[in-house]
Design a binder for this molecule. Sequence first.
Ligand code: ADP
Length: 491
Amino acid sequence: MDTDNSQIDSGPTIEELIKENRSLKRKFALAETNYNRLLNVSSTLERVESILYDSFKKELQFFQLVLENMTNILLLFDFDGRFAYASNAFLQRTGIKDFSSINGCHYMDVLRSLVSEQKNNVLYDAINEANTEKRTVSIELEIDFCFKDLPRIYSILVTPMLNEHGNITGTMALFNDITELVKTSEKAQAASKAKGDFLSNMSHEMRTPMNAIIGMTAIGKKAPDIVGKDHAFNRIGDASSHLLGVINDILDMAKIEADKLELSPIEYHFDNMLGKVLTVIHFRADEKKQILTFNIDSSIPKIIVGDDQRLAQVLTNLLSNAVKFTNEGGRIHLEAILIEETENNCILQIEVHDNGIGISSGQQDKLFNAFEQADGGTSRIYGGTGLGLAITKRIVEMMGGAIRIESVLGKGSKFIVTVKVGRGSKRESPADGQALETDVFPSGQPKDIFVGKRLLVAEDVEINREILITLLDETGIVIDCAETGKEALDM
Ligand code: ADP
């Protein structure tokens, strides 16, 4: 059989096939490499995506936490003024249970039921101004949400939210509760004003007796007879003790401010201490024809342990105030009661009542602050430093007690003091109804115990030395004098 060789497709030669095979293998290898690279890239992208997602999620959770826990009220409104977000602080303050109940509602509709119309208008104006002028507007507003809370003072920052083209997309309002800050600053302002008033009162309080001393000294010098000189001396004596009182108050207050006031407890006779205080006050009450009465609980131990001088200072201050702020012919009463006792201690309550000018309830809280007086007019009419009650409060607190006041303006006042004292070693009580034994040193009567005793006066200021010698002369004590510490030691 004949075969037409020209029509037979001889096909690729072996070499061509080998070549093509090689080329295909190369292409395949390249494709495989690219494929693997793509796989790598895709898995890298997946990893990057997951990392980004995780960090975005974390950031989102972080900001959510910040927003949920922020104590400030943060409100976000959309372009139309509809609620887009409200922080928990807002929901808590307003009693709104779930944000979804106000989500999308216009802020005016929501706030209408929560704050007064006038406050709502102020907020509306601030939001309008912020959006119109594209800047943060700051306002201060006192708001009592739901009309039931005590009003709080907020500093509110209203800021427009602008997109990258500078167009407004919404508004943000951040409420910062500054109530405590405002109160503290008001207190600081009041304290600074009180200190200012105190300084001007003080210069008056010091200058008046100083002028009296200088004036009366001149009058005394010129007085032709002993009666005139005596009168001048008496006035100088009164003015000096008043001045000493003012100076003592200032020194005590300085000690209190430096936390240096200390008590010196001793064993003492409670009735005697009261007797001395009442004798001094009795003279002042007499001058104003006032009736001074007292009642001492017979179960109070006769001998107690404490700082008698400081307790006397407290009672003198309360009783002097009672005399000072009660009109002529008024009544002043002191009551001492034993309210609690243990084996070693007692709690005494001492009350000072008067039917004087009284103090309004608004002024009562301020009285125990240093430099405060019931009102500016009081100091002008009655004088005084405004330090007495602050010192009294501090002393009473140091004695483990407290002081409070009950008063009605125009009707009178009652100051109630409690102090903790120790029981003395001689545990005896005065018999019922026994009169107070007052142990005031009778002027001009030398006490037997001093006669024949010697005393060394060491004082470098000549006038002070002279005064001490003159005063001690009456006691019958033999007095020696030293002008310096060294001289005193040598003697
Ligand atoms: P001072 O009497 O020296 O001004 P205090 O601290 O003792 O200072 O008293 C402060 C203020 O309290 C007085 O200025 C007065 O306004 C008021 N006050 C104190 N005691 C009485 C009282 N018994 N009756 C009326 N007001 C009083």
